[in-house]
Write a protein that binds this ligand. Sequence first.
Ligand code: HEC
Length: 196
Amino acid sequence: MTRSYSLVLTLCTISVAGCSTFQPAEKAVDAKALEETRAVAGQLATQLGGRLKAELTANGPEAAIPVCKQVAPEIAGKLSAEKNWQVGRVGTRLRNAANAPNNWQQEALKQFSERLAKGEKPDAMEFTQIEKDGGKHYLRYAKAIALQPMCVTCHGAAEAIPEGVRARLKQEYPNDQATGYQPGDLRGAIVIRRPL
Ligand code: HEC
């Protein structure tokens, strides 16, 4: 009896000690910086979505494959250069390994999927964290990307993907993991790292 009590006590002490090693962010994310970051993430989403939709409507899904492939990094690259930030997008299950999340981005995706499972709407889900590097502070920001109905053509159940698209995807992405999604699923995140 006494032994198990002291075991419980020891475990509690360890977990409290574990908690106390956590340093709260020294710098709070100021509202203006967050607003500015949010706006850039919005630009990436709007510009990419617009190009994708236009191409799908005008020329069909096969022609739209290059939009996801080339236009996405182009837009992200342009926004990164304009701001001198790192702007990009990462995926949960990947089609292109180049879109793999790093450590903090994985943490953001994990948090998003947990929040989604609890019933939170994906559209407004954000993650922020402050990074301190060489005396400078950076904001790590992620915005959830939920699958929309128009994405199903290329990311939905493999057997429902049109034949021509499937063949082209198979040819260009032999290790494609990015199928089997349904509207509302967490597909990935827009990610930004910027100085504060
Ligand atoms: C016409 C086909 C097509 C449509 C429609 C499409 N995608 Fe993609 N998606 C792709 C291709 C191809 C890639 C791989 C891009 C690359 O090589 O970087 C990709 C990659 C991604 C990635 C990066 C992660 C990864 O798996 O490499 C995300 C996130 C993504 N798509 C989200 C979406 C969302 C959200 C929609 C709907 C708004 C959508 N896609 C619609 C073809 C498509």
